[in-house]
Write a protein that binds this ligand. Structure first.
Ligand code: PMP
Length: 427
C-alpha cells in the first residue's frame, strides 16, 4: 500500500472492505471516455435469459455439446505433462510462432495466402477490435458499419469516441451504392472516415452472406476512397450447404485487416483470436496488445496448437456446422408456422442468427417483459444500432437451445407478438 494515511477499515457484511480515501465523488473523476461505458443490452439480458425455464434465443453462445470433452482433456493433460514449462510461462506478445503458422493454414480454407509474421494472436477477436480502435480512432472520427452491426464492435467504437455511421444492407449484405452515398455524405460534411467494419459471412446479427461480386465492389470503393476495411469473420467456416466465398482479405492484402477467432470453431473459453494485418501495422498492433495483456495465453494457444496438429479439426468444424444447421432448420420452420404473415426474416446459410422485422408499430424493447413472462428471450433490434434505430426488429440466436426448445420458444414469442398486434389492431 502506497501510504497508510486515511486507512480505514469499514466493516460490511463480509468480506471486510478497506478504504484508503473518500469514495464519494469517484464518478466525477472518471475520464471522458469512461462516461459512455454502459453494459450492453445483451449483457443485462443474460441474467434473465439464463434462467432455466426461459428459452434463450438471446445470447450467441456457441454450442459446445458437439465438442468431445475427453479429447480436449487429453490434449490439455498431454500438453501440461510434456510441455508444461513452456505452456504455463509468458510468451511472445505477437503470439506463439507455431500457432501463427497453423492459423495461416486455417485462413487458407478461405483463400487467404498469409505469412505467419503478419498474424497477431489476440485474446479473442474482441481484443483485436479494441486494438484496432485504439490505433486508429481519435474522438469524433467516423467508422462505417453495417446496419445493423455486432453489438460488441459498436461498444468498442463508442468507447474510443468514434461516430458510427450505419450503411444499409439487404438480403445480400452491405449495399455498395449505399456505401458510396455514405462516404460522399460523410466526406462532404468534412468528417474523417477511419475504416469500414463489416462481417461478410453469416453476419451478426442479420445472418446474411455478402456475395463475391459485392466483396470486389466494396474493396474497389474502399481502395479508391482510401478507407481501410476491417473484415471480421468468426462464422465463415460455419456454412451449412456450401463454403462461403473467399475472404475479402484474399484479394487485398494492403487495405484489409482480417479478424479471425477459434471461439466458434473450437471453444470461446480458450479466448484465442487473431488479426492478420498489413505489414506496416504489425508493430503498432503488437505494442498496443502488449500494453493491455503483455502476451496472449501461451497455455490456451498451445492447447489449440496441439489440437490442430493432432485432431481431425476440419471434421469437428463440420459437426458444429451440422448441429447449427439442425437448429437453423427448426427456427425457420417454426417462424413459418407460427409468426404473423406481416413479419419478415432472413434465411441464414450458416452461422448463428436470424434477423426478424415486425410491423413498425411494434416496439421490441417494450415487448421484452411480456416475452420473458411467456418464457422466451431475444435481443431487441436497437442493440445493434448506434443511433436507437431498429425498434421493430429483433435478433433470434438459434445456436444454443435444442431444436425442440427453439420451436417452443418461437411459438411462445409468436403468441406474444400476435397478442400485441391484436391489442393495437395491427394487421
Ligand atoms: N465479432 C463478432 C461478429 C462476433 O459475433 C463475436 C462474438 N460474438 C466477436 C467478434 C468476438 O468473439 P471472440 O472475442 O470470442 O473471438
Amino acid at each position: 500500500m502506497e501510504s497508510g494515511r486515511n486507512l480505514r477499515v469499514v466493516k460490511s457484511d463480509s468480506p471486510v472492505r478497506i478504504h484508503t480515501g473518500k469514495p464519494e465523488n469517484l464518478p466525477e473523476r472518471l475520464a471522458n471516455r469512461a462516461l459512455g461505458m454502459k453494459a450492453s443490452e445483451i449483457r443485462s439480458l443474460f441474467a434473465v435469459a439464463s434462467r432455466p425455464e426461459i428459452v434463450s434465443l438471446a445470447g450467441g453462445m456457441p454450442n459446445l455439446s458437439a465438442l468431445p470433452m475427453e479429447m480436449m482433456a487429453s490434449v490439455t493433460q498431454k500438453l501440461i505433462l510434456e510441455n508444461g514449462a513452456e505452456a504455463l510461462q509468458y510468451g511472445s506478445g505477437q503470439g506463439h510462432p507455431k500457432l501463427r503458422e497453423q492459423i495461416c493454414d486455417v485462413m487458407a480454407l478461405e483463400g487467404i495466402k498469409a505469412h505467419p509474421d503478419d498474424v497477431v494472436v489476440t485474446t479473442g477477436s474482441q481484443q483485436a477490435l479494441d486494438l484496432i480502435s485504439r490505433i486508429f480512432i481519435d474522438p469524433n472520427d467516423v467508422v462505417l458499419v453495417e446496419a445493423p452491426s455486432y453489438v460488441g464492435a459498436l461498444g468498442t467504437f463508442k468507447q474510443y469516441e468514434a461516430q458510427v455511421v450505419h450503411v444499409a444492407m439487404d438480403q445480400d449484405g452491405l449495399i455498395p451504392s449505399a456505401l458510396k452515398d455514405a462516404i460522399a455524405t460523410t466526406k462532404s460534411a468534412g468528417r474523417k472516415i477511419k475504416f469500414l467494419y463489416l462481417i461478410p459471412n453469416y453476419q451478426n446479427p442479420a445472418g446474411v452472406l455478402l456475395p463475391a461480386d459485392r466483396r470486389t465492389e466494396i474493396l474497389d470503393i474502399c481502395r479508391e476512397e482510401q478507407i481501410l476495411v476491417v473484415e471480421d469473420n468468426p462464422y465463415g467456416l460455419l456454412g451449412f450447404d456450401k463454403p462461403s466465398p473467399n475472404a475479402m482479405r484474399a484479394s487485398d492484402s494492403e487495405n484489409v485487416i482480417y479478424l479471425g477467432t477459434f471461439s466458434k470453431t473450437i471453444a470461446p473459453g480458450l479466448r484465442i483470436g487473431w488479426a492478420l494485418v498489413p505489414q506496416s501495422l504489425k508493430e503498432k498492433m503488437v505494442i498496443a496488445s502488449e500494453s493491455s495483456i503483455l502476451c496472449p495465453s501461451n497455455f490456451t494457444q498451445l492447447v489449440i496448437s496441439s489440437y490442430l496438429a493432432n485432431q481431425p479439426w476440419r471434421d469437428q468444424i463440420a459437426s458444429f456446422a451440422k448441429l447449427y444447421k439442425d437448429r437453423r432448420d427448426a427456427a425457420l420452420s417454426a417462424l413459418d408456422k407460427y409468426f404473423p404473415k406481416s413479419a419478415t426474416w432472413t434465411k441464414p446459410g450458416g452461422g448463428f442468427y436470424i434477423w426478424v422485422t415486425l410491423p413498425p408499430e411494434i416496439d421490441t424493447n417494450a415487448l421484452m417483459p411480456k416475452a420473458i413472462a411467456a418464457k422466451v428471450a431475444y435481443v431487441p433490434g436497437t442493440a445493434f444500432y448506434a443511433d436507437g434505430f431498429g425498434s421493430w426488429s429483433l435478433r433470434i440466436s438459434y445456436c444454443h437451445p435444442t431444436p425442440e426448445r427453439i420451436t417452443e420458444g418461437i411459438k411462445s414469442l409468436a403468441g406474444v407478438i400476435k397478442t400485441e398486434m391484436e391489442s393495437r389492431q395491427i394487421n
